[in-house]
Design a binder for this molecule. Structure first.
Ligand code: SF4
Length: 302
């Protein structure tokens, strides 16, 4: 059954000159059939650099919007319209526009986990993989608002010795990782290196050997001498790590960390998307024109 669907996906993809992009957090079956698997920054670059007529984007909506901004000539189709991101939804256009009107002196830095409309209001975007490098290059004599992830912002403030204002948003999944969860995993696996995502709370980051983006985790494992790793991020990343590093062992946290929005992308819906029943990303032209600038600035600076 699964093999039938995979064969169908391959045939439909070739017939349509489509490329399948998948985030590290989607289900393993989709990661295995995708042309590229990666984090937001890697997938943004793939969207920008490919000549595909159709991009099938398996992730959450703001990622599909980013692909559309960078690849406006392509049709960007998502398997489902229902895959959103609560962090992105915590900082929507109207709220940020009102805040900006009251704080015209601030430089606005947006984590890429924002809607296209929100991006249209900001100066520059960052991902968890390039945020430290980009924020370090900003003019620190002016006030900065970092949005929407207060944890990533606080971790950057700590690393760079800054005092950026922070929007009060977070990823519920990474914010939910507690000091006790890491302490328990370390006690049970004293030989394992601990990697956590930069969206975790600062006190959790302080307990880890490394706090990274998902792409950063891959590089960290590649260079590390450790054989076992505790992985403090969404469970889809375990599959990615196990495929790339079959000689290492990866230990997820308990309870298992599952982003239900990412898991709304299924093989069945991927087939539907390739057969014309997906959700096509469309954006107003004025939003496209304004929102692409902070993303292009990010790609130039990173
Ligand atoms: S893991 Fe967190 S930030 Fe990523 S899509 Fe899910 S809710 Fe949003």
């Amino acid at each position: 059954m699964i093999q039938d669907m995979i064969s169908r996906i391959q045939k439909l993809k070739e017939a349509q000159h489509a490329v399948i992009l998948a985030h590290n957090y989607v289900v393993p079956e989709i990661q295995d059939v995708a042309d590229f698997v990666g984090d937001s920054l890697e997938l943004s670059r793939k969207a920008r650099d490919n000549n595909a007529e159709t991009i099938i984007f398996c992730g959450v909506r703001f990622m599909g919007e980013t692909a559309k901004l960078l690849c406006p000539q392509a049709r960007v189709i998502m398997p489902t319209a229902a895959a959103g991101c609560p962090m992105a939804d915590s900082c929507l256009y109207e709220g940020l526009r009102a805040w900006k009107a009251d704080h015209p002196e601030h430089t606005l830095v947006a984590y890429v986990n924002t809607t296209a409309a929100t991006k249209s209001l900001v100066d520059i975007c960052v991902t968890s993989g390039n945020a430290e490098k980009i924020v370090s290059k900003l003019d620190h004599t002016k006030p900065i608002m970092f949005l929407p992830d207060r944890n990533l912002g606080a971790n950057l403030n700590h690393r760079l010795g800054l005092n950026m204002d922070l929007w009060n948003g977070c990823c519920w999944l990474h914010n939910g990782i507690k000091v006790a969860d890491i302490a328990r995993a370390k006690a049970e696996n004293p030989d394992a290196a601990v990697m956590v995502h930069l969206e975790c709370q600062p006190e959790v980051v302080a307990m880890a050997d490394a706090a990274l983006s998902t792409a950063g985790m891959l590089k960290y494992v590649e260079k590390s001498n450790a054989k076992r790793f505790i992985v403090g991020t969404e469970s889809g990343m375990l599959h990615r790590l196990e495929v790339l590093f079959p000689d290492r062992e990866f230990i997820g946290l308990e309870p298992t960390l599952v982003c239900h929005n990412m898991k709304k992308n299924t093989l069945e819906l991927l087939v539907d998307a390739l057969e014309g029943r997906g959700y096509e990303i469309t954006l107003p032209e004025d939003i496209m024109a304004s929102a692409v600038r902070p993303i292009e600035r990010m790609l130039e600076w990173s």
